[in-house]
Write a protein that binds this ligand. Sequence first.
Ligand SMILES: [Zn+2]
Length: 88
Amino acid sequence: MKTPNKNIPCSFCDGELENGSVQHPYSWHGKIYLFENVPAQVCRQCGEKYFDAPVVGTMERAVLKKAKPRRTVRVPVFSFGELAVQPR
Ligand SMILES: [Zn+2]
């Protein structure tokens, strides 16, 4: 997650940014909060997402105030090292 910048290209790849609506996992104190339909600018090349400060603030407040989520999902968790040693 990076600070937005309307007229400057992607800071990772210099790609062009376009307005979009994205799904964003927000982590806070070891928990993941998933936000959907988040307005963002998305790099056409690498997909990096840029959010305006008020958008980030809205997500932060929702987490801090423990806003009621629309729904809750279970998320599978993998440890990369365990994956790497598994036989083919
Ligand atoms: Zn990019």
